[in-house]
Design a protein around this ligand. Structure first.
Ligand code: GTQ
Ligand code: FE2
Length: 354
């Protein structure tokens, strides 16, 4: 294309604007990049700092009707000031002081809680009181009623993950308030959800229909821990049972389908044996990782950072990531992978140099 008449061309673009149309040819690389160009950036939040800020908020900010939750969101600096860890994922630290109640509500956004330390809070999910203890993963699927109450004399802090940014982008959010008073004060060791659903390979016949979000809303640390240990033990005789040497991983699944526990979020726990260095991989879609126990280092886009207990890492789409540890490390992970898989957009590659 030879452009001879600049003035006519400028007139054309100005008429485009008037007519409410735009050219593809001036923006092709932005609209259709060669590889994903993430707006989010790789970011690490240190647990010690998050904890100190949550404790201060606990002293200054009441929890209750209106604000609903004392949740402090991790804000990715690439996302223009939005309180989002990645373009699709909300990650927050939630703080509940002794005897406090975060009152009942429900919403289209699905949520989970991962307990990196502490205990004493029960989250009541659709009327079912669910204990929250160290290492447990608790679900609050889309539109389930939930309230949290701390029965202990100690404050409790945990990691919340929700699909708030996704639901906002899809204009799909509904929110309803429940009663301001606690609906169920009981504190059973095991929830009704677990009584029905927490038996490996067995589903209750009376409820055996596939539902998009898991009817099992508590995944206990003792089960997760044992599953990871079993993988690593078996690796000695069957090397293909782990993701790679010294790297075990389990995915939290919906027992009614065998698929992801939540329709919008993938939830996993990874265990690296002492002295393990993972391959460097990149995936379409974003993820958030939290060190559960042990420590090590993460390499994000070529920059290596140390990781300690509780630290949280945001990983943008197509960002190369690798972990290493000398002493061993357990890492909890959540991602938006189910969305990309459902849409046929999922891609992963082992990047060079790994
Ligand atoms: O615990 O219900 O971090 O509704 C954000 C929104 C937690 C919750 C968050 C919520 C909750
Ligand atoms: Fe909520």
């Amino acid at each position: 294309m030879t452009v001879v008449d600049n003035q006519a061309l400028e007139q054309l673009y100005s008429d485009f604007t008037q007519a409410g149309v735009m050219a593809l040819w001036t923006q092709r690389a932005d609209l259709m990049p060669d590889v994903p160009r993430a707006s989010a950036v790789p970011r690490i939040w240190e647990w010690a700092q998050l904890l100190a800020l949550a404790e201060r908020a606990g002293r200054l900010v009441p929890v209750g009707r209106g604000g609903e939750r004392r949740a402090i969101a991790l804000a990715n600096p690439g996302l223009g000031g939005a309180p989002f860890a990645t373009p699709t994922l909300w990650a927050a630290i939630q703080y509940l002081a002794p005897k406090e109640l975060a009152p009942a509500h429900r919403h289209s956004q699905s949520a989970f809680r991962f307990v990196v330390e502490g205990e004493g809070v029960w989250t009541v999910v659709d009327g079912d009181p669910v204990a929250m203890r160290r290492g447990d993963l608790l679900l609050t699927p889309s539109m389930s009623w939930h309230e949290h109450h701390n029965t202990a004399n100690e404050a409790m802090v945990w990691l919340d993950g929700l699909d708030i940014p996704l639901v906002a982008a899809l204009d799909a959010g509904f929110f309803e308030l429940g009663p301001g008073e606690l609906t169920d004060r009981s504190t059973p060791y095991r929830s009704r959800s677990e009584a029905l659903w927490a038996h490996p390979g067995l589903v209750p016949v009376a409820r055996a229909t596939a539902v998009p979000n898991s009817p099992l809303v508590a995944y206990r640390w003792s089960h997760t821990d044992e599953a990871l240990d079993s993988q690593l033990d078996l690796e000695r005789s069957c090397p293909d049972v782990t993701l790679e040497p010294g790297h075990a991983g389990v995915r939290f699944s919906n027992p009614s389908t065998g698929g992801d526990a939540l329709a919008t979020m993938r939830l996993e726990m990874h265990r690296l044996s002492p002295g393990t260095k993972t391959a460097r991989t990149q995936s379409v879609g974003s993820s958030v990782w939290q060190v559960f126990s042990g420590g090590g280092a993460v390499e994000l886009s070529g920059t290596t950072s140390l990781l300690n207990h509780g630290d949280v890492v945001a990983v943008p789409s197509w960002c190369p990531i690798a972990f290493q540890t000398t002493s061993g490390m357990d890492i909890f992970c959540f991602s938006d992978a189910p969305i990309y898989e459902a849409l046929g957009l999922a891609r992963t590659k082992r990047s060079p140099g790994s």
